[in-house]
Design a protein around this ligand. Structure first.
Ligand code: MN
Length: 308
Protein backbone atom coordinates (compact mmCIF):
# COMPACT_ATOMS: atom_id res chain seq x y z
CA UNK A 1 0.00 0.00 0.00
CA UNK A 2 1.30 3.47 -0.79
CA UNK A 3 2.00 5.99 1.92
CA UNK A 4 0.25 9.36 1.93
CA UNK A 5 2.39 12.40 2.72
CA UNK A 6 0.17 15.32 3.79
CA UNK A 7 1.60 18.80 3.44
CA UNK A 8 0.42 22.42 3.49
CA UNK A 9 1.89 25.42 1.68
CA UNK A 10 5.30 27.07 1.85
CA UNK A 11 5.65 29.78 4.51
CA UNK A 12 3.14 27.72 6.46
CA UNK A 13 0.48 29.37 8.58
CA UNK A 14 -1.40 27.74 11.44
CA UNK A 15 -4.20 26.35 9.23
CA UNK A 16 -1.65 24.80 6.91
CA UNK A 17 0.18 22.92 9.68
CA UNK A 18 -2.91 21.97 11.68
CA UNK A 19 -4.95 20.73 8.74
CA UNK A 20 -2.04 18.41 7.84
CA UNK A 21 -1.83 17.03 11.39
CA UNK A 22 -5.61 16.54 11.60
CA UNK A 23 -5.76 14.99 8.13
CA UNK A 24 -3.08 12.51 9.21
CA UNK A 25 -5.38 11.45 12.08
CA UNK A 26 -8.45 11.34 9.81
CA UNK A 27 -6.89 9.31 7.02
CA UNK A 28 -5.09 6.98 9.43
CA UNK A 29 -8.45 6.22 11.01
CA UNK A 30 -9.79 5.57 7.50
CA UNK A 31 -7.10 2.93 7.11
CA UNK A 32 -4.40 4.71 5.11
CA UNK A 33 -0.77 5.07 6.08
CA UNK A 34 -0.53 8.86 6.37
CA UNK A 35 2.10 11.29 7.64
CA UNK A 36 1.79 15.06 8.13
CA UNK A 37 4.75 17.21 7.06
CA UNK A 38 5.38 20.94 6.76
CA UNK A 39 6.72 22.97 3.85
CA UNK A 40 8.77 25.45 5.90
CA UNK A 41 9.38 27.03 9.29
CA UNK A 42 6.25 27.41 11.43
CA UNK A 43 5.28 30.84 12.80
CA UNK A 44 5.13 31.84 16.48
CA UNK A 45 1.37 31.33 16.67
CA UNK A 46 1.61 27.75 15.39
CA UNK A 47 4.52 26.97 17.71
CA UNK A 48 2.53 28.32 20.66
CA UNK A 49 -0.54 26.19 19.82
CA UNK A 50 1.38 22.95 19.34
CA UNK A 51 3.37 23.49 22.54
CA UNK A 52 0.26 24.33 24.54
CA UNK A 53 -1.58 21.26 23.28
CA UNK A 54 1.47 18.98 23.53
CA UNK A 55 1.53 18.12 19.84
CA UNK A 56 4.80 17.46 17.95
CA UNK A 57 5.76 19.74 15.06
CA UNK A 58 5.60 17.79 11.76
CA UNK A 59 8.93 17.27 10.03
CA UNK A 60 9.99 19.20 6.95
CA UNK A 61 8.75 17.86 3.61
CA UNK A 62 11.44 16.67 1.22
CA UNK A 63 11.82 14.55 -1.88
CA UNK A 64 9.33 11.69 -1.93
CA UNK A 65 10.35 8.08 -1.45
CA UNK A 66 9.14 5.31 -3.73
CA UNK A 67 5.56 4.39 -2.99
CA UNK A 68 4.65 7.76 -1.49
CA UNK A 69 1.90 10.01 -2.82
CA UNK A 70 1.00 13.52 -1.71
CA UNK A 71 -2.07 15.20 -0.30
CA UNK A 72 -1.91 18.97 -0.60
CA UNK A 73 -3.83 20.70 2.16
CA UNK A 74 -4.61 24.43 2.31
CA UNK A 75 -3.14 25.18 -1.14
CA UNK A 76 -3.16 24.01 -4.72
CA UNK A 77 -1.09 26.68 -6.44
CA UNK A 78 2.26 25.70 -7.94
CA UNK A 79 4.13 28.66 -6.44
CA UNK A 80 3.05 27.52 -2.96
CA UNK A 81 3.97 23.85 -3.19
CA UNK A 82 7.12 22.61 -1.41
CA UNK A 83 10.32 22.34 -3.43
CA UNK A 84 11.18 18.95 -4.93
CA UNK A 85 7.57 17.85 -5.43
CA UNK A 86 7.01 15.44 -8.30
CA UNK A 87 3.59 16.64 -9.52
CA UNK A 88 2.64 13.20 -10.83
CA UNK A 89 2.62 12.07 -7.17
CA UNK A 90 -0.27 14.34 -6.10
CA UNK A 91 -3.14 12.04 -5.16
CA UNK A 92 -5.37 14.27 -2.99
CA UNK A 93 -6.20 17.95 -2.48
CA UNK A 94 -8.19 19.36 0.45
CA UNK A 95 -8.37 23.13 0.21
CA UNK A 96 -10.34 26.37 0.45
CA UNK A 97 -8.55 28.40 -2.25
CA UNK A 98 -9.38 28.87 -5.90
CA UNK A 99 -8.42 25.94 -8.11
CA UNK A 100 -5.15 26.42 -9.85
CA UNK A 101 -3.11 23.27 -10.23
CA UNK A 102 -3.39 20.84 -13.14
CA UNK A 103 -2.77 17.19 -12.33
CA UNK A 104 -1.66 14.45 -14.67
CA UNK A 105 -4.37 12.00 -13.66
CA UNK A 106 -7.67 12.05 -11.74
CA UNK A 107 -7.25 12.66 -8.01
CA UNK A 108 -9.31 12.92 -4.82
CA UNK A 109 -10.25 16.55 -4.41
CA UNK A 110 -12.34 18.37 -1.83
CA UNK A 111 -12.43 22.14 -2.15
CA UNK A 112 -15.02 24.43 -0.60
CA UNK A 113 -15.34 28.21 -0.16
CA UNK A 114 -15.08 27.99 3.60
CA UNK A 115 -13.07 29.87 6.26
CA UNK A 116 -10.27 27.36 6.78
CA UNK A 117 -9.00 23.99 5.65
CA UNK A 118 -9.32 22.96 9.30
CA UNK A 119 -13.08 23.55 9.00
CA UNK A 120 -13.19 21.26 5.99
CA UNK A 121 -11.24 18.50 7.79
CA UNK A 122 -13.63 18.80 10.75
CA UNK A 123 -16.57 18.53 8.35
CA UNK A 124 -15.17 15.30 6.87
CA UNK A 125 -14.62 13.84 10.37
CA UNK A 126 -18.29 14.48 11.19
CA UNK A 127 -19.60 13.32 7.78
CA UNK A 128 -17.73 10.04 8.06
CA UNK A 129 -18.61 9.71 11.74
CA UNK A 130 -14.95 9.28 12.68
CA UNK A 131 -14.34 9.86 16.37
CA UNK A 132 -12.36 13.06 17.08
CA UNK A 133 -9.93 13.09 20.02
CA UNK A 134 -9.96 16.09 22.34
CA UNK A 135 -6.53 17.20 21.09
CA UNK A 136 -7.49 17.03 17.42
CA UNK A 137 -10.71 18.94 18.17
CA UNK A 138 -8.67 21.62 19.97
CA UNK A 139 -6.21 21.79 17.08
CA UNK A 140 -8.98 22.13 14.50
CA UNK A 141 -10.58 24.91 16.52
CA UNK A 142 -7.24 26.72 16.61
CA UNK A 143 -6.94 26.34 12.82
CA UNK A 144 -10.44 27.76 12.27
CA UNK A 145 -9.92 30.64 14.73
CA UNK A 146 -6.56 31.52 13.19
CA UNK A 147 -7.62 31.54 9.54
CA UNK A 148 -10.91 33.36 10.19
CA UNK A 149 -9.36 35.79 12.70
CA UNK A 150 -11.77 34.56 15.36
CA UNK A 151 -14.69 34.38 12.89
CA UNK A 152 -14.34 38.07 11.90
CA UNK A 153 -12.72 37.71 8.47
CA UNK A 154 -15.05 38.10 5.45
CA UNK A 155 -13.99 34.55 4.52
CA UNK A 156 -15.99 33.24 7.51
CA UNK A 157 -19.03 31.09 6.68
CA UNK A 158 -21.93 29.63 8.67
CA UNK A 159 -20.11 26.26 8.54
CA UNK A 160 -17.10 27.73 10.32
CA UNK A 161 -19.30 28.95 13.14
CA UNK A 162 -21.34 25.77 13.52
CA UNK A 163 -18.38 23.39 13.22
CA UNK A 164 -16.39 25.43 15.73
CA UNK A 165 -19.23 25.01 18.22
CA UNK A 166 -19.57 21.31 17.39
CA UNK A 167 -15.82 20.76 17.91
CA UNK A 168 -15.94 22.48 21.28
CA UNK A 169 -18.31 19.82 22.60
CA UNK A 170 -15.22 17.58 22.53
CA UNK A 171 -12.45 20.20 22.81
CA UNK A 172 -13.90 22.01 25.84
CA UNK A 173 -11.80 25.16 25.54
CA UNK A 174 -12.45 28.71 26.68
CA UNK A 175 -12.49 30.22 23.19
CA UNK A 176 -11.98 33.88 24.09
CA UNK A 177 -8.96 33.16 26.33
CA UNK A 178 -7.49 30.74 23.82
CA UNK A 179 -7.84 33.23 20.96
CA UNK A 180 -6.29 36.03 23.02
CA UNK A 181 -3.25 33.81 23.72
CA UNK A 182 -3.00 32.75 20.06
CA UNK A 183 -3.11 36.32 18.78
CA UNK A 184 -0.56 37.43 21.36
CA UNK A 185 1.81 34.71 20.10
CA UNK A 186 1.02 35.65 16.47
CA UNK A 187 1.88 39.30 17.19
CA UNK A 188 5.14 38.51 18.99
CA UNK A 189 8.27 39.69 17.22
CA UNK A 190 10.48 37.59 19.48
CA UNK A 191 13.22 36.02 17.37
CA UNK A 192 11.73 37.58 14.22
CA UNK A 193 13.95 39.52 11.79
CA UNK A 194 12.68 42.07 9.27
CA UNK A 195 13.16 39.43 6.54
CA UNK A 196 11.05 37.03 8.63
CA UNK A 197 8.27 39.63 8.91
CA UNK A 198 7.83 39.69 5.14
CA UNK A 199 8.50 35.96 4.58
CA UNK A 200 6.32 34.38 7.28
CA UNK A 201 2.99 34.83 5.51
CA UNK A 202 4.03 35.58 1.95
CA UNK A 203 2.65 34.31 -1.35
CA UNK A 204 3.26 35.06 -5.00
CA UNK A 205 0.50 35.21 -7.58
CA UNK A 206 0.21 35.39 -11.35
CA UNK A 207 -2.01 38.37 -12.12
CA UNK A 208 -2.50 38.72 -15.87
CA UNK A 209 1.06 38.66 -17.17
CA UNK A 210 2.49 39.96 -13.89
CA UNK A 211 4.21 38.20 -11.04
CA UNK A 212 3.07 39.77 -7.81
CA UNK A 213 4.20 39.11 -4.25
CA UNK A 214 1.83 39.83 -1.37
CA UNK A 215 3.00 39.48 2.21
CA UNK A 216 0.81 39.83 5.30
CA UNK A 217 1.44 40.38 8.97
CA UNK A 218 -1.60 39.89 11.19
CA UNK A 219 -1.20 41.50 14.58
CA UNK A 220 -2.92 42.99 17.59
CA UNK A 221 -0.02 45.45 17.87
CA UNK A 222 0.55 47.14 14.47
CA UNK A 223 2.76 49.79 16.06
CA UNK A 224 5.46 47.17 16.73
CA UNK A 225 5.67 46.46 12.98
CA UNK A 226 5.18 50.05 11.80
CA UNK A 227 8.26 51.02 13.79
CA UNK A 228 10.24 48.96 11.28
CA UNK A 229 8.41 50.20 8.18
CA UNK A 230 11.49 51.68 6.46
CA UNK A 231 13.46 48.46 6.91
CA UNK A 232 10.50 46.35 5.80
CA UNK A 233 10.07 48.42 2.65
CA UNK A 234 13.78 48.01 1.87
CA UNK A 235 13.50 44.23 2.40
CA UNK A 236 10.45 44.16 0.10
CA UNK A 237 12.38 46.08 -2.59
CA UNK A 238 15.22 43.55 -2.29
CA UNK A 239 12.79 40.66 -2.66
CA UNK A 240 11.12 42.35 -5.66
CA UNK A 241 14.46 42.46 -7.48
CA UNK A 242 15.68 39.01 -6.34
CA UNK A 243 12.45 37.26 -7.38
CA UNK A 244 12.00 39.38 -10.56
CA UNK A 245 8.53 40.52 -9.46
CA UNK A 246 6.47 43.13 -11.29
CA UNK A 247 4.86 44.31 -8.06
CA UNK A 248 5.24 43.61 -4.37
CA UNK A 249 2.76 44.50 -1.62
CA UNK A 250 2.62 44.03 2.11
CA UNK A 251 -0.29 44.41 4.49
CA UNK A 252 -0.15 44.99 8.23
CA UNK A 253 -3.52 43.71 9.40
CA UNK A 254 -4.85 45.06 12.68
CA UNK A 255 -6.91 42.11 13.93
CA UNK A 256 -8.63 44.13 16.65
CA UNK A 257 -9.45 47.30 14.67
CA UNK A 258 -10.26 45.27 11.55
CA UNK A 259 -8.26 47.28 9.06
CA UNK A 260 -4.93 47.10 7.30
CA UNK A 261 -2.10 49.31 6.20
CA UNK A 262 -1.00 48.48 2.68
CA UNK A 263 2.72 49.21 2.34
CA UNK A 264 3.59 50.68 -1.07
CA UNK A 265 7.25 50.26 -2.01
CA UNK A 266 7.34 52.37 -5.19
CA UNK A 267 5.51 54.47 -7.80
CA UNK A 268 4.13 51.42 -9.64
CA UNK A 269 2.58 50.06 -6.48
CA UNK A 270 1.21 53.49 -5.50
CA UNK A 271 -0.41 53.96 -8.93
CA UNK A 272 -2.00 50.50 -8.84
CA UNK A 273 -3.24 50.94 -5.27
CA UNK A 274 -4.84 54.29 -6.18
CA UNK A 275 -6.58 52.60 -9.11
CA UNK A 276 -7.82 49.57 -7.15
CA UNK A 277 -8.43 50.66 -3.56
CA UNK A 278 -10.11 53.74 -2.17
CA UNK A 279 -8.16 54.16 1.06
CA UNK A 280 -6.36 57.28 2.25
CA UNK A 281 -2.86 57.51 0.81
CA UNK A 282 -0.11 58.23 3.33
CA UNK A 283 3.66 58.08 3.12
CA UNK A 284 4.29 54.89 1.12
CA UNK A 285 1.15 53.35 2.54
CA UNK A 286 -2.62 53.29 2.21
CA UNK A 287 -5.04 52.69 5.08
CA UNK A 288 -7.80 50.26 4.12
CA UNK A 289 -10.65 50.21 6.67
CA UNK A 290 -12.41 46.84 6.94
CA UNK A 291 -9.79 45.05 4.85
CA UNK A 292 -8.30 42.01 6.64
CA UNK A 293 -8.32 39.21 4.05
CA UNK A 294 -5.65 38.93 1.36
CA UNK A 295 -7.65 36.16 -0.30
CA UNK A 296 -10.95 38.06 -0.54
CA UNK A 297 -10.09 41.74 -0.34
CA UNK A 298 -6.64 42.19 -1.90
CA UNK A 299 -5.70 39.50 -4.41
CA UNK A 300 -8.91 39.31 -6.51
CA UNK A 301 -9.04 43.12 -6.82
CA UNK A 302 -5.39 43.41 -7.89
CA UNK A 303 -5.79 40.45 -10.23
CA UNK A 304 -8.80 42.03 -11.92
CA UNK A 305 -6.97 45.31 -12.50
CA UNK A 306 -3.83 43.62 -13.81
CA UNK A 307 -5.72 41.26 -16.11
CA UNK A 308 -7.36 44.06 -18.14
MN1 MN B 1 -6.09 28.26 5.13
Amino acid sequence: MSKLIIVGHKNPDTDSIISAIAAQELFSKLGLEAQAKRAGEANNETKFILEKLGVAMPELASTLNDGETVMLVDHNEESQVFEDLDYSKISHIIDHHKMSIKTESPIFCRVEPIGSTSTLIAKIFFEKKIEISQTIAQLLMAGILSDTLNLTSPTTTADDKSLLAELNVVAKIDVENFVAEMFKAKSSLEGISVEDIIRIDYKTFEMGSNNVGVGTWETTMPASVNEKKAEIIQALLNEKVAAKLDYIFFTVVDILKQNCQLYLVGEKEIELAKQVFSGDLGDQEMLLPGVVSRKKQIVPQLTEALSK
